[in-house]
Design a protein around this ligand. Structure first.
Ligand code: GAL
Length: 755
């Protein structure tokens, strides 16, 4: 037979199409009303989200193995479009973005993959989509107004950020083709059993009606035509057209049913807690409540639960969405940011689902499984069942796999609790370099009016320097004047005649800023400059692609000789990025190109560098940045992320009772403290000696108190035989000692079991 390559191109394409059709016709993964069916077998699938770019490839095998040990069958991940296509047509699939390698590792571990192609990802990921290429030019052409970015009309990356549907189709097709050519779908012998198109598009349809519905149906058809041979799902999408399965995301999903009776009931995001933001407390979810939520869902006869997140990881570089999403994406997940499994947590999650293997409560062979529930948020309930009495703790479910014996109750803990300890592992000797924002570089330009920041920076940098142009004279009488600056966000430094006068910033709820204050002007002409900072682009919300950042005005001065002056429509000079960024001070070459001096304490807008050797051992590492204010860290040129310990969390923390409905504000820590103090340093980024650590500090901190720490585990072993409400004082991490019998058997860690 002639080799395929010898066949004419058209014929080869037809042959390929026929082969794919045949393959998908005999697809090994299907579904019915009860479950996803893999190779003819209905499966109860326990899944967990691990996002590959939020850790380093060297961590992947261990994370996946821990997920397997934790009882998972499936690993779910988004595909991160803007990481894979950093500029139009330029693709990147290396390092942390080596998607194929990640999927192959999951296969090697014997697990399945749920591939959420999206390609829009929400995920607290910077912008969730690529920036559309034409935006900058289009915005600058706009002659008047505040030069808002173009409003988007249809689509998700299309809808939300004005990317063309064709672009979305192109990227989705590229990923599908890549998976096919690597043989990664289940029918090809690969691990992918499910895929996802779009992400939580339903809410946009509720708001926008017909055009949004038309888009959803276009996206669904486009996906189905790709013939992937495994089911597509659409999460939070009540209108998901057949054969696409609509699924539930949330803290609880026991209320949920799919839009057609022949589809299985699936929970694609069971939120294990919530993300951390700079300036807000850190959320935790009591595992008793999560286990209860999951048992309730399974009790309904559902067959798929995905823990979002199972390993949250780290928002390296500037990948954190926003504004104000923290660098840690720990998510209080069963495997923590550093890759350490919280065994207590894993144990509970697994137990809650493993008995559900018999989701048929009574089978024809006579086997019987019972779930007994107590919905009361306060008190025990005594229930009579099958001729026996059962005492059920409040807000819990007991599982009786033989309809007699309680083997598990979601509120009863029978395992160990591990605590994170950060051990000092070294300090640094610093040199410093001052960022000079008073003389703008050659690439600066002058124009009339105030320009939107993201249009200008294209998100290549967080920074935009904006200065009133030199030829714009306004005369002060030398008395105090009142300056008003309004900005769309997210943070701002104001300089009068080169002196830092004020620093302001928004918050997670509202990134907008208004500065109004007395400023001391010189008699004669004065310079007003602002350094405007974006702290992560939004990733969720209607048309979030049109949300602005930067100083859009009005900017006014009161108390001049002439009275009030509106500066909004004067000439302004712009410089995108910092000088240190242009010089690549974060890299070895760049940092050698300038003279560094002795560090000065509490000096704002300063670059620091230090060399260090890798600490011994193999414990995960972090930088303790508690003595610093705000900005960014690099090690050997790699972005550790944005830091901001100077932004103290405001909110309510305190006693956490697992009983009653959970939401992300219920059980929080770090009130009045930094939202994030420690910053993960992946060991594989270090050389044994001579590592370059570079920091850019905006506020002025004390670098001499920065230290490297090792993340170790201090264990509290808690064997609990009687029920007690899990009440933790999150401030002191004090567990109710009177009620818990502490039992440490020789310090050995008890391995969690599978049901
Ligand atoms: C969901 C979304 C996820 C993530 C989550 C919050 O609505 O689908 O991508 O953003 O919220 O962590």
């Amino acid at each position: 037979m002639a080799p395929a390559a010898a066949a004419p191109a058209g014929l080869a394409a037809v042959m390929l199409a026929v082969a794919l059709l045949a393959a998908s016709a005999s697809a090994a993964v299907t579904y019915d009303r009860k479950a996803v069916v893999v190779n003819g077998q209905r499966r109860i699938l326990l899944s967990g989200s691990i996002h590959y770019p939020r850790s380093v490839p060297e961590m992947w095998p261990d994370l996946i193995q821990k997920a397997k040990d934790g009882g998972l069958d499936v690993v779910q991940t988004y595909v991160f479009w803007n990481g894979h296509e950093p500029s139009p047509g330029q693709y990147y699939f290396e390092g942390r973005y080596d998607l194929v390698h990640f999927i192959k590792l999951v296969k090697q571990a014997g697990l399945y993959v749920h591939l959420c192609i999206g390609p829009y990802v929400c995920a607290e990921w910077n912008f969730g989509c690529p920036l559309q290429p034409s935006r900058s030019a289009a915005a600058l052409e706009l002659p008047e107004g505040h030069r808002l970015r173009l409003p988007s009309s249809t689509g998700q990356c299309r809808y939300r950020v004005n990317l063309e549907q064709a672009e979305m189709q192109k990227f989705t097709t590229k990923i599908v083709d890549m998976m096919k050519s690597e043989g990664l779908f289940e029918w090809q012998g690969g691990p992918i059993i499910l895929s996802q198109i779009e992400n939580e598009f339903g809410p946009l349809e509720w708001d926008q009606g017909e055009p949004a519905r038309a888009y959803a149906s276009w996206a669904a058809n486009m996906a189905v035509k790709l013939n992937i041979g495994v089911p597509w799902i659409m999460c939070k999408e009540d209108d998901a057209p057949d054969p696409i399965i609509n699924t539930c995301n949330g803290f609880y999903c026991d209320w949920f049913s799919p839009n057609k009776p022949h589809k299985p009931t699936m929970w694609t995001e069971a939120w294990t807690a919530w993300y951390t933001g700079f300036g807000i407390p850190v959320p935790h979810r009591p595992v008793e409540d999560l286990a209860y939520g999951v048992a309730k869902f399974i009790q309904k006869g559902s067959s798929f639960v995905n823990y979002y997140m199972y390993h949250g990881g780290t928002n390296f570089e500037r990948t954190a969405g926003g504004p104000f999403i923290a660098t840690s994406y720990d998510y209080d997940a069963p495997i923590d940011e550093y890759g350490v499994a919280n065994f207590w947590y894993v144990f509970l999650l697994t137990m809650a689902t493993s008995y559900s293997m018999a989701s048929v409560f009574k089978s024809s062979t006579g086997s019987c499984v019972a779930f007994l529930e107590n919905k009361d948020k306060v008190s025990y309930a005594r229930v009579a069942f099958n001729g026996m009495h059962y005492d059920l703790p409040p807000w819990s479910i007991s599982i009786l796999p033989d309809c007699k014996t309680t083997v598990y109750n979601t509120a009863r803990v029978g395992s160990q609790i591990s605590q994170m300890k950060m051990e000092w592992a070294g300090g640094f000797t610093w040199q410093s370099y001052n960022e000079d924002i008073n003389s703008l570089g050659e690439e600066s330009f002058t124009t009339v009016g105030l320009l939107e920041q993201i249009n200008l920076t294209r998100d290549k940098t967080d920074y935009l320097c904006v200065e009133i142009a030199q030829d714009e004279q306004f005369l002060s009488n030398g008395k105090n004047s009142t300056l008003t600056v309004m900005s769309a966000g997210h943070a701002l430094h104001i300089f009068i005649n080169g002196q830092l006068t004020e620093t302001i910033y928004g918050n997670v709820e509202d990134p907008r800023l208004t500065y109004r204050g007395n400023v001391k002007l010189w008699p004669g002409s004065n310079t007003i400059s602002c350094l405007s900072i974006a702290v992560g682009l939004p990733n969720v919300g209607e048309h979030f692609g049109t949300w602005n950042a930067g100083i859009l005005g009005p900017v006014t001065l009161d108390g001049l000789n002439e009275g009030r002056r509106d500066l909004t429509w004067q000439k302004w000079t712009y410089q995108v990025g910092l000088k240190g960024e242009t010089l690549s001070l974060h890299s070895l070459t760049g940092s050698s190109s300038v003279e560094w001096g002795e560090p000065m304490q509490k000096q704002p807008l300063t670059w620091y560098k230090a060399f260090f050797n890798a600490p011994d051992g193999d414990e995960p590492l972090a930088l303790d940045m508690s003595s610093m204010g705000k900005r960014q860290i690099w090690i050997n040129g790699q972005g550790i992320g944005r830091y901001w310990p100077g932004y103290k969390a405001s909110g309510t923390c305190g006693i956490c009772d697992y009983r009653g409905e959970y939401d992300e504000k219920k059980c929080q820590t770090n009130c009045g403290d930094s939202s994030q103090r420690w910053y993960h340093v992946p060991r594989p980024w270090l050389n044994p000696t001579g590592n370059l650590l570079v920091i850019f500090e905006e506020w002025g901190g004390d670098p001499t108190r920065i230290s490297m720490v090792k993340r170790t585990t201090g264990s509290i072993c808690a064997d609990v035989s009687e029920w007690q409400p899990s009440m933790k004082n999150w401030h002191t991490k004090d567990y109710e000692k009177a009620k818990i019998h502490l039992h440490c058997s020789g310090g050995a860690r008890k391995k969690f079991r599978r049901g």
